[in-house]
Ligand binder design. Structure first.
Ligand code: FAD
Ligand code: NAP
Length: 501
């Protein structure tokens, strides 16, 4: 993220797109764009980018882009789909850039395609026939591009969809099911890939959906209740992505509407929002991952990431708390000039908001092999630490020490201070250190900003060679500086995890 000039916020951009100004320079005309034509528009003052077959003139957007002009220029005059998927996956560019649409990419002329085909044929001729036969056989069996398979069967009252993932350690967090009206969508996460079953069901089912997982053999069952006792001839009509196994980043983010059921104050500017998943949804957000919330603001779809927390810090560590399967809790700071958080704050109990599937690259195994866990949080950068703390203290037996170093401006900004202090009293492995950057005169604790000297004072191994994991989350410059100081202190990249989008 780069600082934007005054008057260049997202809201200012939305205003400009609604002003009726000709942002493409084509006076509302849409054209077919060839690759050669696209390549010509590769300068800041004349910059076109192709995203998923559509070409946009992004010159007017340059100064409004949160990632900065240089980032956008990387795709100037070319196909920027991959870049957008990597960096701006959550940004609904179709809505955001709709006034910048120049037109579609022209379909490649057959002659050019023929040339490419010829190359493929020449290459194929060099492969022994027997390999080609085996390959085509595998293709027809759908085994080359898909490492999973599904099956379905029925009784008088039930429909059971069975997915054989062939993956060990399958668990409830890796299965996301949405069954509303007659549409069924079941996504299974397998490392960085995703397998999807998505159909319009043949007949109506009731709202309760069960998910059974045989963890050791990787078998997943989605069980639906028939509304009418009739025999189904087919499971349903497939959607485009049905029965595909592709990279997660190539699968669009799926959103479902959740109801706001409560909103409670955490501090003077931060609230705990409790959202209820719709009936028919099975979704457990894994530790260390975030979701996107999406709402329409001034006619434009806007989505921002938030990290689910627990309703409170469990102090009784006898048993890991069970996910109730229905509620998602989000701790969100409301900024007085914030575009998204102001709209969120205006939501009424009973209103709906769209919530995406989870994302994030944190792996629990990083903690499972550590002896010391150090958490550096700045402000709401505390949110990923909540589930992480809970996981570490309830489920990781090899951990000897867990320390949270929590940076805030003032005492009033400290999130869940009471609970954290109680937790430190209750569990001797856990310690919390509050550091304030703008304390009042009465503050007797530590003060300052993240620095090499503060970190060398608090970040320590419990034994000379103990295995540490340091997790860091907060304002981007806080995180970046923190990582640099840690490296200067001799910690390796593998020992540091940063939470980012
Ligand atoms: P904007 O309209 O973008 O900004 C308006 C003004 O608000 C800014 O000028 C600035 O003064 C202030 N402001 C906005 N954003 C920030 C910021 N990030 N840091 C400092 N000042 C800022 N936020 C939470 O409250 N809880 C979470 O659980 C959470 N999880 C996140 C997870 C990820 C992976 C990431 C990347 C961010 C997360 N955020 C979280 C931040 C969140 O996504 C938004 O950036 C934030 O809510 C501000 O949105 P806004 O539209 O209201 O503010
Ligand atoms: P804040 O209250 O503004 O700041 C928290 C602490 O960090 C304060 O002590 C502050 O000190 C310090 N700080 C702020 N900017 C700094 C900088 N440039 N260098 C060093 N220290 C700095 O924080 P917030 O408003 O709650 O914001 C939290 C941030 O965390 C947001 O940017 C949010 O996007 C991010 N976040 C990320 C994730 C994630 O990636 N998974 C999850 C949740 C939140 P001073 O301001 O006094 O200098």
């Amino acid at each position: 993220q780069v600082p934007l000039k005054p008057g260049r916020s997202l809201m200012d951009w939305i205003r400009l797109t609604k002003s009726g100004k000709d942002l493409t320079g084509l006076k509302g005309r849409l054209i077919e764009v060839t690759e050669d034509e696209l390549a010509k528009h590769n300068k800041k003052e004349d910059c076109w980018i192709c995203i998923r077959g559509f070409v946009y003139n992004v010159t007017p957007y340059m100064e409004y882009h949160p990632g900065g002009e240089d980032e956008l220029m990387k795709a100037a005059g070319t196909d920027g789909t991959d870049l957008f998927d990597q960096v701006h996956r959550w940004v609904n560019y179709e809505s955001m850039l709709k006034e910048c649409l120049v037109g579609r990419m022209a379909v490649k002329p057959i002659a050019a395609l023929k040339g490419e085909l010829l190359h493929i044929l020449i290459f194929l001729q060099q492969i022994p026939a027997v390999i080609l036969v085996v390959f085509s056989k595998l293709l027809t069996l759908n085994l080359v591009f898909k490492s999973s398979n599904y099956d379905w069967f029925q009784t008088d009252s039930l429909i059971t969809i069975v997915i054989y993932t062939k993956q060990k350690d399958m668990n409830a967090e890796l299965v996301i099911v949405d069954c509303q009206d007659k549409r069924l969508r079941g996504e299974i996460i397998m490392d960085d890939h995703s397998y999807l079953v998505e159909v319009d069901l043949d007949h109506v089912v009731s709202e309760d959906v069960a998910v059974n997982i045989a963890e050791k053999v990787g078998k997943v069952e989605i069980i639906l209740n028939k509304k009418d006792n009739i025999h189904w001839k087919v499971l349903g009509q497939p959607w485009e992505g049905h029965n595909t196994f592709i990279k997660r980043t190539d699968r669009g983010l799926f959103y479902r509407k959740c109801k706001l059921v409560s909103k409670t104050e955490v501090t003077h500017d931060t609230k705990l929002f409790c959202l209820m998943l719709p009936k028919g949804t099975h979704l457990h957000v894994p530790t260390g991952q975030h979701v996107y919330l999406k709402q329409i603001i001034a006619g434009t779809e806007v989505a921002k990431p938030y990290t689910p927390v627990l309703p409170f810090l469990p102090l009784d560590f006898q048993e890991p708390p069970r996910h109730d399967g229905v509620h998602i809790y989000l701790m969100i700071k409301i900024y007085s000039h914030g575009l998204f958080t102001q709209a969120l704050d205006h939501l009424q109990i009973g209103d709906y908001i769209s919530v995406s599937n989870p994302e994030g690259n944190f792996k629990k195994s990083q903690v499972q092999t550590s002896e010391d866990l150090l958490l550096l949080a700045g402000g709401t950068g505390f949110t990923p630490m909540v589930k992480l703390l809970n996981f570490a203290l309830t489920e990781v037996s090899c951990l000897r020490t867990v320390k949270l170093i929590f940076f805030n401006k003032t005492e009033d900004d400290i999130l869940w201070r009471n609970q954290l202090e109680q937790l430190a009293l209750k569990d001797e492995r856990f310690e919390v250190q509050f550091i304030l950057s703008q304390p009042s005169k009465n503050w007797v604790g530590k003060q300052g900003k993240i620095s090499s000297s503060l970190l060398s004072e608090f970040v320590k191994r419990s034994r000379r060679d103990s295995k540490v994991l340091i997790c860091i989350c907060g304002p981007a410059p806080f995180t970046e500086q923190g990582v640099q100081y840690l490296k200067d202190l001799g910690y390796s990249q593998e020992e540091i995890h940063t939470f980012t989008a």
